[in-house]
Ligand binder design. Structure first.
Ligand SMILES: Nc1nc2c(ncn2[C@@H]2O[C@H](COP(=O)(O)OP(=O)(O)O)[C@@H](O)[C@H]2O)c(=O)[nH]1
Ligand SMILES: [Mg+2]
Length: 483
């Protein structure tokens, strides 16, 4: 039942018309319909725009080698020694030198895209890379779309869709932890787990369908028990794959550290000090911060989003009241709630009963440079981690940094499981379908079979075996040109 990638490869070129899935009439998935094979050779600059030490121009497609041989002159031919680096001169259509540098040829299908590929490494000059691309275009190449190299790798079966998406995550990873997770998924670890779910589901389908062939007989109770147990195991695996998603989302967007407290205690000053930039307005006038302001920092390999909020105080000002309401809303989403107080003044009794105060994990006693006069209360939610600091003079900020990292929700083991917004609804639908199937096994085996097919289809979409063109284009649009 797997979708034939070679056929997909033949079918897809740019702008393909949508068609029906040829595999199962009941599946309403649009896939590609037969058109000409991918004949075009694409070219793009693979390094970022601007000046740099090196610039890399990439070619992929059937004419990659012949085009490269027109614009690159070396002693030994590129084709004679695939995967070997050659030194030579880059030239334009008139034979005029553009630059000198290195080039190497990778013969399809053993290349990233699965096609003949040449990479040209020149000086990192915007003019040089532009001239090189222009020279390739003159020889018949076309400009690559965003992510088209990876898209071709996917269409040629070099990567499945989960791996292709992980490539983008490798490029975008901001922390070591993200990088490790992305590299694992790019190497196929997640895909293998999804494939195991798919295979096990298929085994259940075979069991149920076998009984359906004898329409007048019910499925034996013993067989039902076995399939139910299998389904329960598969559902567990799906749940495990889903579990890491919240963490992955948090790691990508940053753990939310919310600074809350009365007005004028130095929350905005603290945000600016922690972020080493002027993000929030600091003023001696209470109520200056009326909405939240945030800044992202990477500490100890973790991305944190520190959010400064409107001060907690009763107010008749509508805008300020709205700000306080938003603070309370944000407090429900925060990963670490930090109560900031003016440590040089007594405990502000007006906030004593507040839910935010009882939920706060870390208390910052600011303005330490003016002395310490706050006596913290006792009761539910206390004691908490207390850190005296001075946002103004930066005293204690290192200790605060440590305390915030310690307060982050602990994730066990290394990051694994699904990691993108596209994945969770698919696995959720898969999980629901598996549960429905388990419930329908005895009384409605036909329905159970249909649900199992539905679960299988979700795994196929996850792997990109069954996927609409629109979804695919949206995924690769996120990539940069040249990847
Ligand atoms: N002495 C001293 N003053 C501070 C410190 N942090 C903030 N302030 C001052 O306290 C006032 C209120 O600061 P702000 O950051 O706007 O407080 P917010 O209302 O809690 O955001 C400003 O005048 C700041 O300069 C500190 O550590 N020491
Ligand atoms: Mg403020």
């Amino acid at each position: 039942m797997t979708f034939d990638r070679r056929r997909k490869r033949r079918h897809r070129e740019r702008r393909r018309p949508p068609g029906r899935c040829p595999l199962a009439a009941s599946w309403e998935t649009t896939v590609t319909s037969p058109t000409e094979p991918a004949h075009s050779t694409i070219v793009a600059v693979a390094t970022p725009r601007g000046r740099g030490g090196l610039g890399v121009v990439r070619l992929s497609g059937p004419k990659a080698l012949s085009i490269a041989e027109c614009i690159f002159r070396s002693k030994k031919s590129l084709s004679g020694r695939p995967r070997c680096v050659q030194y030579g001169q880059f030239v334009d259509g008139d034979g005029k030198q553009i630059d000198a540098g290195l080039a190497w040829f990778m013969q399809g299908p053993s290349s990233y895209t699965g096609e003949d590929t040449v990479e040209l490494s020149c000086h990192g000059s915007e003019l040089v890379v532009e001239l090189l691309v222009e020279a390739a275009l003159q020889q018949g190449a076309v400009v690559a779309e965003r992510g088209e190299f990876t898209q071709r790798a996917f269409l040629n079966g070099r990567l499945d869709l989960l791996q292709a998406e992980a490539v983008l995550d490798v490029i975008q990873a901001g922390t070591r932890r993200d990088l490790a997770a992305a590299l694992g998924a790019a190497g196929g670890r997640l895909s293998d787990e999804v494939r195991r779910v798919r295979e096990a589901t298929l085994q259940c389908i075979v069991q149920v369908e076998a009984h359906l062939d004898f329409a007048d007989e019910d499925i034996e109770p013993q067989a039902i028990t076995i399939v139910r147990e299998d389904l329960s195991r598969i559902t567990d695996s799906v749940q495990q794959l889903r579990q890491g998603y919240e963490g992955a989302k948090r790691r990508r967007d940053g753990w939310m550290v919310l600074l809350v407290g009365p007005t004028n205690v130095g929350k905005s000053t603290l945000l600016n000090a922690l972020a080493h930039e002027e993000r929030a307005i600091v003023a001696a006038t209470p109520g200056t911060t009326r909405d939240w302001v945030d800044a992202r920092v990477v500490w100890g390999g973790e991305l944190l989003r520190i959010v400064d909020t409107a001060g907690l105080r009763p107010s008749s000002d509508k805008v300020e009241m709205e700000g306080v309401r938003r603070t309370q809303e944000l407090a429900t989403e925060a990963d670490v709630l930090v109560l900031v107080l003016d440590g040089a003044t007594p405990w502000p009794t007006q906030i004593s009963g507040s839910e935010i105060v009882s939920k706060a994990q870390v208390v910052v006693l600011n303005k330490q440079d003016l002395g310490l006069a706050t006596h913290l209360p006792e009761g539910p939610g206390w004691p908490k981690t207390v850190v005296p600091v001075s946002a103004k003079t930066s005293i204690g900020l290192g200790r605060l940094q440590e305390a915030l990292l310690e307060a982050l929700p602990r994730e066990s083991g290394e990051a694994r499981g699904i990691f993108r917004e596209r994945h969770d609804p698919l696995l959720s639908a898969c999980e629901q379908a598996l549960k429905r199937a388990a419930g329908a096994l005895r009384a409605e085996p036909e329905k159970a079979a249909a649900d199992l097919w539905e679960a299988l289809r979700q795994t196929d979409e996850l792997l990109g075996e069954e996927i609409g063109d629109e979804v695919l284009d949206r995924i690769f649009q996120e990539f940069c040109i040249g990847k």
